[in-house]
Structures are given as structure tokens and as C-alpha cells.
Design a protein around this ligand. Structure first.
Ligand code: SIN
Length: 312
């Protein structure tokens, strides 16, 4: 039986549900080109700001057997670089392009969205409401009223479909409250769950030290550490959101975790820590593992099992 990994959503056609998480292999044009040339089904740029940023002092990324911790601090080339990439991108390759935005203020996000709207490109913005790594800047996604106000303001300047990247939530009341905020915004069409679990601390036993320099060692956790939290967020937002797509991100290391995210309701899935460690070969490996799992289970298409998690 031939397995079909293709999907169609928001008018986009993708051959595979896998693509990079913003932050990994997407800061420079060459990295984006490598993702585009790989087995990934789409690509997304690094979260950008108005001005280019160096980011936080190094070391700012560390991997462990259970995942990663990072406090990159939004190093990026500034939004004109990524918009230029989007303007020159060959959309006929059939790999949709997403542009991630993470302004230092709401006004910065509005300025970038207005500029993107002016270009009328076929790429889609993912507005990052959840970077945990800019000292002194809390994650907007944890402030429900500010998120509601931001979505209203965004809709006023950007009337086309857009998405947001959410932080992980940990309380049922918070899933419900955030879903109400998101449901109130009509042209918000997708949410990416989850950004890293913010402000974790990894300690090295030998040196008795934190492993990254910024913020006294605090940073966002990714990889296997975050899989159950990511699945819960994908599952709950898939249930609670009306006519919106959920993109899964967090802890995907093989076809099994990609399958779990889709079973919990993810339309497509982003790969972060694993891509950082393995490079673009991760896409073809995970894709073939996902195909094997589907074949063994007798599933032909992603729609055969998407969102069909059983509960006891
Ligand atoms: C970073 O650049 O610090 C990571 C971005 C994010 O987690 O949103």
C-alpha cells in the first residue's frame, strides 16, 4: 500500500507535513535554501525584529541526552533580509514559505506586518508571541488581555491569514482562556504549539555550573523534555479552536513523535532540536519512519488518523 504524506491547508499544498521550527536552520539565506532543497514540506524563517540583532552572549545553546536548552535572544538579520528572501523565493517549488516575526513591541510587529502586506507575497506570517529569551521582555502569550489587544491590532493592519507561535500552557483554565482569545480573531488561521518551555535550568555536575551564559543559565527547553507538554497543547487547542489549524512543535525526533503530534490534531509538524543536532537529513529519515508507521497501521493518508487520539 502506498502511503501519501501530502496535505492541503489554507490553500497550501505540501508533499510532507514536516518543516523546520523557526530558529533552526533559518537565520541565513543559505540555511533556508538547504531546508528548501531537503525533504521538508515547507520552510520558515528565523523570528525577525525591525533591526538586525546579535542575540545573547555565548554559550547560548546546549544539548543534552534529553533535548536542548537555549537562550539565543533572537539573533537575526532584521526583517528586510527575510522579506527580501520571501520576495525572491520560488513559490513554484511547492514548498510554502512562512515568515516568523518577533518584534520588540506590538508597534514593531505592526510595522513589519504592514510592510509584508504591502509586498502582497504568497508567504504566511507566524507571529511569535512566546520568545522566552529576551532579558526584561515577558512572553506576550502569557498575558491574555495583551494577546487579545495584539490580535485585534494585527487584524486591523493585516487583513490576510496569519498564525501565532504560542508558549506552552500548563493549566486547563489557561487553555480555555487562550482559546477564547484566539477564537475571537477571524483571520488568525493557525497556531503553532509550542515554543520552548521557557526558563528551564540545566546544571553540569562536574563544573557545578549552568551550561549557558545568558540569564544566569535560564533558557528554553526543547527536545524530549517537552514532548508530553507539546502534545497536550496540540490536543487541547485542536479541540478548542474553531476553524483554525494547529501546527505541532516539540520533541519530534522520529516518525513516532510526528505520528503522535498528528494523532493529537496537528496539521503539520515542525522540527527544532533534532534538526539542530542532525541537519536536514532528519526530514527524509523522519518522513520515511512516519510512512513505515502508517503502513504498518494500515493508514494511507494523514487524514486517516489526524486528531483521532483515543482517551480512556
Ligand atoms: C531565541 O532566539 O531566543 C529563540 C526564539 C524563541 O524561542 O522564540
Amino acid at each position: 500500500m502506498a502511503v501519501d504524506l501530502s496535505l492541503s491547508w489554507l490553500g497550501l499544498e505540501m508533499e510532507s507535513p514536516l518543516y523546520n521550527a523557526s530558529g533552526v536552520m533559518c537565520r541565513l539565506r543559505e540555511e533556508l535554501d538547504a531546508v528548501a532543497a531537503s525533504a521538508a514540506g515547507a520552510l520558515i524563517t528565523k523570528s525577525c525584529t525591525l533591526e538586525a540583532r546579535e542575540g545573547n552572549p555565548e554559550p547560548r545553546y546546549f544539548s543534552t541526552p534529553m533535548g536542548s536548552i537555549n537562550s539565543m535572544g533572537l539573533p537575526n538579520q532584521g526583517y528586510p533580509y527575510y522579506f527580501q528572501y520571501a520576495a525572491e523565493y520560488d513559490y513554484s517549488t511547492g514548498k510554502p514559505l512562512f515568515v516568523s516575526l518577533s518584534g520588540m513591541s506590538l508597534q514593531d510587529n505592526l510595522t513589519m506586518l504592514q510592510a509584508l502586506d504591502d509586498l502582497q507575497l504568497p508567504c504566511l506570517p507566524e507571529v511569535n508571541l512566546s520568545c522566552p529569551n529576551v532579558p526584561g521582555k515577558p512572553q506576550l502569550g502569557y498575558d491574555f488581555a495583551a494577546t487579545a489587544a495584539a490580535l485585534c491590532a494585527i487584524s486591523r493592519v493585516y487583513a490576510r491569514p496569519f498564525g501565532v507561535k504560542l508558549p506552552p500552557y500548563f493549566d486547563v483554565a489557561h487553555f480555555t482562556q487562550m482559546a477564547e482569545v484566539l477564537n475571537a480573531c477571524e483571520n488568525l488561521r493557525f497556531v503553532t504549539c509550542i515554543n520552548s518551555i521557557g526558563n528551564g535550568l540545566v546544571v553540569d555536575m562536574d563544573s557545578e555550573s549552568a551550561v549557558i551564559k545568558p540569564k544566569g543559565g535560564l533558557g528554553g527547553l526543547g527536545g524530549a523534555y517537552v514532548l508530553p507538554t507539546a502534545l497536550a497543547n496540540v490536543r487541547e487547542f485542536s479541540r478548542l479552536l474553531d476553524h483554525k489549524y494547529v501546527i505541532g512543535c516539540g520533541g519530534i525526533d522520529s516518525g513516532a513523535e510526528a505520528f503522535m503530534h498528528i494523532l493529537c490534531g496537528a496539521t503539520a509538524v515542525q522540527i527544532g532540536t533534532c534538526l539542530h543536532e542532525e541537519g536536514v537529513g532528519a526530514f527524509s529519515r523522519i518522513q520515511s519512519e512516519l510512512s513505515d508507521i502508517m503502513e504498518a497501521k494500515g493508514y494511507h493518508a494523514l487524514t486517516d488518523f489526524r486528531g483521532k487520539l483515543k482517551t480512556l
